[in-house]
Design a binder for this molecule. Structure first.
Ligand code: GLV
Ligand code: MN
Ligand code: MN
Ligand code: MN
Length: 391
């Protein structure tokens, strides 16, 4: 809590409430500097990788390390815990292990991934996707923020070489096991600490509806081709399609040009869809796409769909989970609907997650919260996990 208090004023969003911290923006760079100082003060060696992620090493950097960490960026107007809790808990876990004179036989590394939320460049888990090759450097560097700044430009400005980005075999070899601690993001945990079992299949789709820009007062209703109409139908279709545990959300709509007295010429709508498996997720998106296409036709508009990112269901390593549960004296394992860098890494290295209880189930919002006692239990659990894995 003291560490979270340390960064409590960095990146507050007065307009939206909560925090807006995005990959390589001024605020995230300040947080990375803070992390670098905190890690260095603890005698860890901070080494950035080629893809914009920061590593802090206890022991020699090299293969088969025990790795933990999370991210410092947030969604627009997000909470204080999603991301930073995993980073500060890692620092605190190191303190606990140092205090008991633990000497790791395996190196331990703390990692801070860049742009986990995709709040600036649109693709979530960008740092871990680059590291694993789930996205190419070329595709990542072309992504732009709302001001038109590309990820490549932002990375370059932050001191990274876009030409050296991409799948990082050495970083992957260095991760023997990966454990990310995170605040739980629903109401799935009724004890202080749990372990993750799986992540829903999920992705992001952009629908661009094109109609005819015109005057809000002078254009007769029957003469309009207003792309806001099919865009609105998409929102309703998303709610209708998300049955049986599936989730479909429209959290962002951008009409162009965006004037009160202007019929938009085009509208971009972003759909976030998640479900238990690939087939069900595809089915939900197909139903929504069909409704969107039919509503567009009815209004004389066109619609183009772009899949911006997608990942199938993640099942975390059961052996590692059972091992850690044993170390912690038996803790519940729960599925989650939220995506994580751990979910990207799970396809490459033995990975699991520790969850800290969320008393209200609110996340990705300013009210996101975890109790101090539960956070402390998380730190103790993470320290025991690292101690066990690095011994
Ligand atoms: C990340 O937190 C996500 O699930 O979108
Ligand atoms: Mn998040
Ligand atoms: Mn997160
Ligand atoms: Mn006028």
């Amino acid at each position: 809590m003291t560490d979270l208090a340390d960064i409590a004023d960095v990146g507050r969003d007065a307009r939206r409430g909560g925090y807006s911290r995005h990959g390589f923006d001024r605020v995230e760079l300040e947080l990375r500097q803070w992390f670098t100082e905190e890690a260095t003060r603890r005698g860890l060696d901070v080494v950035p990788d080629r893809n914009g992620n920061l590593w802090a090493w206890w022991g020699k950097p090299g293969p088969d390390a025990v790795v933990t960490g999370s991210h410092l960026d947030s969604v627009p107007g997000g909470g204080a815990f999603d991301g930073p809790l995993g980073v500060v808990s890692a620092l605190q876990a190191i303190d606990l292990l140092r205090a008991k004179n633990f000497s790791p036989a395996k190196s331990i590394a703390l990692v801070v991934f860049v742009e986990e939320e995709g709040g600036r460049f649109g693709v979530a888990c960008l740092g871990s996707r680059l590291m694993t090759g789930a996205i190419s450097a070329e595709a990542a560097c072309k992504l732009t923020d709302p001001d038109g700044v590309s990820f490549g430009e932002a990375a370059h400005k932050a001191g990274f070489d876009p030409l050296r980005m991409g799948r990082d075999e050495q970083a992957l070899r260095n991760i023997g096991r990966f454990v990310e601690l995170h605040v739980e993001q629903g109401r799935g945990l009724d004890v202080p600490v749990g372990l993750a079992s799986s992540i829903l299949a999920h992705g992001r789709w952009r629908f661009t509806f094109t109609g005819e820009g015109n005057h809000a007062g002078a254009t007769l209703i029957e003469d309009r081709r207003d792309p806001m109409l099919p865009a609105s139908q998409l929102v309703l279709a998303a709610r209708r399609a998300a049955t049986g545990g599936a989730r479909a959300t429209v959290g962002r709509i951008v009409p162009n040009p965006g004037g009160t007295n202007v019929i938009a010429s085009s509208v971009d709508v972003w759909l976030d869809a998640r479900a238990a498996d690939d087939a069900r997720t595809r089915e939900v998106v197909a139903a929504i796409s069909e409704a969107a296409a039919s509503a567009a036709r009815e209004e004389g508009c066109e619609v183009r769909v772009t899949e911006e990112s997608y990942g199938d269901t993640v099942h975390f390593d059961t052996g590692l989970r059972d091992e850690i549960s044993g170390v912690l004296g038996g803790v519940p394992a729960l599925p989650t609907g939220a995506g994580h860098d751990a979910g990207i890494l799970a396809g490459h290295v033995p990975t699991t997650m520790l969850f800290v209880r969320n008393p209200t189930g609110v996340s990705h919002a300013p009210a996101e919260h975890a109790e101090a006692d539960d956070c402390a239990a998380g730190v103790v659990a993470l320290a025991s996990t690292l101690e066990h894995l690095a011994r």
